[in-house]
Design a protein around this ligand. Sequence first.
Ligand code: SF4
Ligand code: SF4
Length: 464
Amino acid sequence: MNQYRLGEFHPFGGGRFLYLVPSAGIFELDDACRAVLSRLEKGEASREELAAIAGPDVVDELHQAHAITTNGFSPQLQQPPADFPLQTLVMNLTNQCNLSCQYCYEFGEDKVATPDGKPKFMDFETARQSVDYLLTSSEGRRAIHITFFGGETLMNFPLLKQVVDYASKKAAEQARAIDFSLTTNATLLTPAIIDYLSENRIGVTVSMDGAKESHDQFRVFANGRGSYDIIEPRVRALIKQHKTRPITARVTMTSQAMDVLGTYKHLKHDLGFHEVGFAPVTTSPNRLYSINESGLDSVLDQFRSLADEYRDHALRGKHHGFSNVSDTLAELHQGVSKSHPCGAGLGLVGVGPSGDIAPCHRFVDSDDHKLGHVSTGLDRARVSDFLGRGHINTKTDCSTCWARPVCAGGCHHEAYVRYGDTGHPNLHYCDWIRGWTGTCLEIYAAIVEHNPSFLQHFADRKAA
Ligand code: SF4
Ligand code: SF4
């Protein structure tokens, strides 16, 4: 006779909800369900015993959701198909930069790029081939996306304009939607560039680390001078003049700049960014700017305070700009269960100035991580090796972790910098990831209970 036991889940919302692993579903419990689970907390039980407690339908429902199990079965995520359609192309228009940020993954001490002998600026022919490659490799998708990146992206602004013209025309010929965004350090923004970006609905993310003192710690020119005073008026003009897309700040946190609350306040309220997202610096642990364990605890505490503020806004139906919460809530609401931590090498690739294809922008110009060339397409053996090692099923350390549907082992690039293997799980962040995912689940529960219509925003985001 089948004996039932508890499945794999993470309870939250005061025991009202289960986060089901690995299906990533969210299951709301009633008293009957709770009675079955509390019985199984004491040990295995037969179907008859459980049906006597809550009725056979409840037992079946919990079983189908894998909240309870008879054989410990956990559905395994399959390897995505080899011809998975591309959605996003990240184009590194140049590998040159007018700043010398010490922590930069492209130029800093932990860089993976090997740019010697390669072009410093992409030319139009390579850009044209890149757009054609995106269009042919994304068959079946109506909407596609190009993100412009660098080095400093705006050092090759003339090419950006040519790409927007060419890609818009080609996409229109195929009755497909294409949109554009860019990341910049903001030093080269001019009123004319801002007008162009606004007129063409180009989304802008500014790499900015907070108020002057924090920002100037690392984001400096070659002579060591901080860039804050140069960018501050430009960022204000950008936010004022660019009316067609939200403007986002992307903050890199280091051991010398961990004031999340102060940084958010400055970027959101003093400067007026619509969204602010934070990420700890990617580095080997022995760098002075690397954030140690107690630093991460402090950052998580501050994240939680800001997340509470987000929740209070959401309960009043108001937008809050802390994008780390929005991003995680969107994944939870959409039931994302990842075979890989991100789209790198799947729906997204990076292209360097030479036309070499990399898993994402962070691997651009690295011979070790080259996946092909825009003129010839992907090298399937290399892609299969990259995706095979990055698949959650190969990460045995993650196999019992309840946060794996959203984490899947974490960033391939970070793993390479830390462990020398893109497929290694980022075990230095596990407490952080579980702590943060748990916080976002509690916020989710509060929103479901008090203002569920707010979640429509995340369904719409998926549809988009
Ligand atoms: S890296 Fe850590 S937090 Fe992420 S899925 Fe693996 S064990 Fe879980
Ligand atoms: S590998 Fe890392 S940096 Fe690249 S897209 Fe994935 S999460 Fe982002």
